[in-house]
Design a protein around this ligand. Structure first.
Ligand code: LRH
Ligand code: MN
Ligand code: MN
Length: 401
């Protein structure tokens, strides 16, 4: 019996180590800065106040976890001068060892986008949005970054106020022109979201619309699944299975939610859902696993930002490790013979394994701290950045007192 258990642990170890060796995750620059809700922002003394500090925080998360060598950049927030900021970013890459990850154009903040960006009835404003998308493609090329992630906030608030159909045509034109500008190794990822900031119709509201727009734009366009961008009860892993089947899955923005686009820590509300998504990915043979970008899109209004990001990465690794334990052969056999309870138990058995001791061993073998959160607390990093950034952060937030 003990022998059997020993060999099961050894099997688990092998599966988990292999899965973790392949696992990389990208973190967002905006996850380190002060962010809030539409009701206001609470300033955190340790929040990053500049692109230098965002790179420094990303490097700290990477030093502790070893799996986050890319930092996603939001053009307007991180490269306000467009391509002119590229040399500065390259210097930061050199200094920190962190590479630029996906490039995120921002066509949602400018006052001119009040009635939309790439779907705006004004041809001038659509042209302006296209120029920004093209500049983002150029930034991506200059930084050797593969993915340009497009989130289009366009939509309307009241029925009859906009032509949904004409907006589709305008959007198709802009996306085709953006696709045309992509370099040979570049991709564009189309993100969808059902509502917010628009509350009646959103121009790219779900995966069907994103998929069709990507297909029409061209072969380098794929769908980006933000796990928080679905209506309650949506079966996200089924969407993932379909996109995998169609070779149209570009990647993820991982986060968790209880109600809407809450941007909470991955797996904090429903870890089983992340497990089920990872299972879909691990159950198909893809030639190049890195073709599915794992990115985090979270903003921590209340939690410490670096702590939350380390916690995020560790949680993602744990859930990926659990998903790697599913016995695919056995599961397929049980599914094919419709042995429902046994099939479900085979699936759940992987989910309920405590993988943390093996994940910690893997970390130690890779000369990483066994407990990254504990190591962060011991490192003095948070105290140092709190002291360095505290005054800047309190000055940047006004009080209503
Ligand atoms: C929109 C979104 C999108 C943005 C990011 C900051 O809700 O998910 O990906 O670029 O948040
Ligand atoms: Mn997102
Ligand atoms: Mn979002």
């Amino acid at each position: 019996m003990a022998l059997e258990e020993g060999s099961r642990t050894e099997q688990h170890r092998q599966k988990i180590w292999k899965a973790l060796d392949d696992f990389r995750i990208e973190i967002p620059s905006w996850g380190f800065a002060n962010t809030g809700t539409r009701f206001g922002k609470f300033s955190q003394p340790a929040a990053a106040t500049s692109i230098e500090e965002k790179f420094a925080d990303a490097a700290q998360v990477h030093a502790l976890t070893g799996v986050v060598s890319n930092l996603a950049l939001h053009v307007l927030w991180d490269l306000p001068n467009g391509t002119a900021d590229v040399p500065k970013i390259q210097q930061l890459e050199q200094k920190t060892g962190i590479r630029s990850g996906s490039i995120n154009p921002n066509v949602f903040q400018d006052q001119e986008y009040k009635f939309g960006s790439i779907c705006n009835p004004s041809v001038e404003i659509r042209g302006k949005a296209l120029s920004h998308l093209l500049a983002s493609v150029e930034i991506g090329q200059a930084l050797n970054s593969r993915d340009v992630s497009l989130w289009i906030s366009d939509g309307s608030n009241y029925p009859g106020t906009q032509s949904i159909r004409r907006r589709i045509e305008w959007m198709e034109e802009v996306l085709a022109s953006t696709h045309e500008a992509l370099g040979p190794d570049q991709r564009m990822l189309v993100e969808y979201k059902p509502f917010e900031p628009a509350f009646y119709h959103t121009d790219i509201a779900d995966w069907g619309m994103a998929l069709e727009l990507a297909r029409r734009a061209g072969p380098k366009a794929k769908v980006l699944v933000d796990t928080g961008h679905h209506l309650q009860g949506t079966n996200i892993e089924q969407i993932v299975a379909w996109l995998l089947h169609l070779n149209a899955l570009g990647g993820f923005h991982f986060n968790d939610r209880k109600y809407a686009d809450d941007d909470l820590t991955i797996g904090s509300i429903d870890p089983y859902q992340v497990f089920r998504i990872f299972h879909e990915i691990l159950s198909v043979r893809v030639e190049d696993r890195s073709a599915i970008a794992f990115m985090i899109d979270q903003s921590h209004n209340l939690k410490g930002k670096v702590e939350a990001m380390v916690q995020t990465v560790c949680t993602a690794q744990e859930l990926f490790a659990k998903a790697s334990l599913v016995d695919h052969e056995k599961l397929a056999e049980l599914q094919d013979t419709c042995r429902l309870v046994e099939a479900e138990e085979c699936f759940r058995d992987a989910f309920w394994q405590d993988v943390r001791p093996i994940v910690n061993e893997w970390r130690e073998a890779r000369k990483l701290p066994a407990n990254p959160l504990h190591a962060l607390a011991q490192s003095g990093y948070i105290e140092r950045i709190t002291e360095e950034r505290g005054a800047r952060n309190s000055a940047s937030i006004s009080s209503y007192a």
